[in-house]
Ligand binder design. Structure first.
Ligand SMILES: Cc1ncc(COP(=O)(O)O)c(C=O)c1O
Length: 409
């Protein structure tokens, strides 16, 4: 698929075969860390190539990728299950709400989608090394893909990053470099690394192929639903990269002439990490102090914030802000009443749906088609259950003990 880049902010176009990161002219303006970064590039696929897909019968998201991904099954990204949570559907009186379970991806999070396309990018440019900064899921996803394809992964992390989130990357064989500094410091050092030692830099939203890879979920969903679209999609949002990818997938389907509309995509954030929602409401692209318990969406200055705000408007969506308590309640609700075990950052999307459901029924009706994206498995962050779940005490290995335990209830 032929493509070029367009700056999200100044709309300058770049036609090149080279790997590109931020728009060179807008990036120069990024001097104030209190302001959301400018210059994220959008990958624009060739109109003619896209239109040709309209006639294709066995459509797959790979057809919409700017780079070819070799040996898809080496790192099987999707299709992830679409669950119909029947008890929750009847609890909220909305029979057409479904959950797309990206928690089932190989490394346990949505980030595998971006990582797969970055592998394709690296292979096309004959690079044997991918470098990134991350504190969690992106690092694990890239390391997992690297293990599958035999590509070296160099991962810079703040030394304070939660150990359980890094363990996966170490196990997959990545070269993990803890940094005595913040995530921003690790980000800067990862770029210094690629400047000096080469490799593809996969930093979220910095490399435009991260948003582009994440669009696969929308195309996959469209194919799974028999070439139809949901009306509304709920997305947990931190940096706004997943959000951007989801909308971009729907835009590409529309540009291909395969759909006649774009679903409303709802950006759900914690009130303790709400920079994008705030920017959408006020037009102020300022950083916030992020403190949410949902660590994967705890972002002070979103790396893809400006594109996310643009896409909220272009998809005619909105931003819904929830409390950390609502996120944690949603995590329990999904587990206990749907058998869906996700990390808090993923439960945030469900919390947004729960908060909005009354309004959805009023504004649309109770059979509106809603898809809630579940972006990461609960096993990623077991620490969050400390003081929230009590393990039952053991019993003696005897029938009497069983009778005693169950007679008490
Ligand atoms: C499980 C999970 N959900 C949601 C998000 C939010 O994605 P983004 O930062 O692109 O908005 C992340 C990001 O790390 C994540 O790991």
């Amino acid at each position: 698929m032929r493509f070029h880049y367009e700056c999200n902010d100044c709309h300058k176009e770049y036609y090149t075969d080279e790997v590109m990161y931020l728009c060179p002219s807008c990036a120069k303006e990024n001097t104030d860390p209190a302001q959301m970064r400018k210059g994220n590039l959008v990958v624009v696929l060739n109109e003619e190539d896209l239109r040709a897909l309209k006639e294709k019968e066995d459509l797959a998201f790979y057809d919409f990728f700017p780079y070819e991904v070799p040996d898809h099954d080496a790192f099987p990204v999707g299709p992830t299950p679409v669950a119909s949570p029947i008890r929750l559907q009847s609890k909220y009186g909305m029979k057409n709400v479904v959950c797309k379970c990206d928690s089932a991806l190989p490394s346990g999070s949505f980030k595998d989608r971006a990582s797969q396309l970055i592998i394709g990018q690296a292979k096309s440019h004959n690079e044997e090394k991918i470098v990134l900064a991350s504190t969690g899921n992106a690092g694990a996803a890239m390391s997992c893909a690297g293990a599958a394809y035999g590509i070296d992964i160099v991962l810079f992390v703040p030394q304070t990053a939660p150990v359980n989130k890094l363990m996966q990357s170490v196990l997959y064989g990545a070269q993990v470099v803890p940094v005595k500094g913040t995530y921003d410091d690790a980000f800067a050092l990862s770029i210094a690394y690629t400047d000096n030692f080469g490799g593809i830099n996969r930093n979220t939203a910095y490399n435009p192929m991260t948003v582009e890879g994440k669009k696969s979920v929308s195309i996959e969903l469209f194919c799974q639903l028999g070439r139809t679209l949901p009306d509304i999609v709920y997305v947990s949002t931190g940096d706004g990269c997943i959000y951007g990818g989801v909308v971009k997938g729907f835009i590409d389907l529309y540009r291909a002439g395969l759909t006649d509309r774009i679903p409303k995509v709802v950006c759900v954030q914690s009130e303790k990490s709400n920079a994008i929602a705030h920017a959408w409401e006020t037009g102020e692209y300022t950083a916030v102090k992020a403190t949410t318990v949902a660590d994967s969406i705890s972002v002070s200055s979103p790396a893809n914030g400006r594109m996310a705000v643009r896409y909220i408007n272009e998809s005619d969506g909105w931003a819904t802000v929830v409390t950390d308590e609502q996120i944690l309640e949603s995590q329990m609700e999904l587990a206990k009443e749907a058998g869906l075990f996700v990390e808090p950052a993923a439960a945030c999307a469900w919390a947004g749906f729960v908060k909005d459901h009354g309004r959805l029924k009023e504004r649309f009706n109770d059979d509106v088609n809603v898809c809630v994206l579940l972006t990461g498995t609960g096993f990623k962050d077991m620490g969050v259950f400390k003081d929230r779940i009590t393990m039952p005490s053991s019993i003696e290995n005897s029938v009497d003990a069983v009778i005693e335990r169950f007679s008490q209830h």
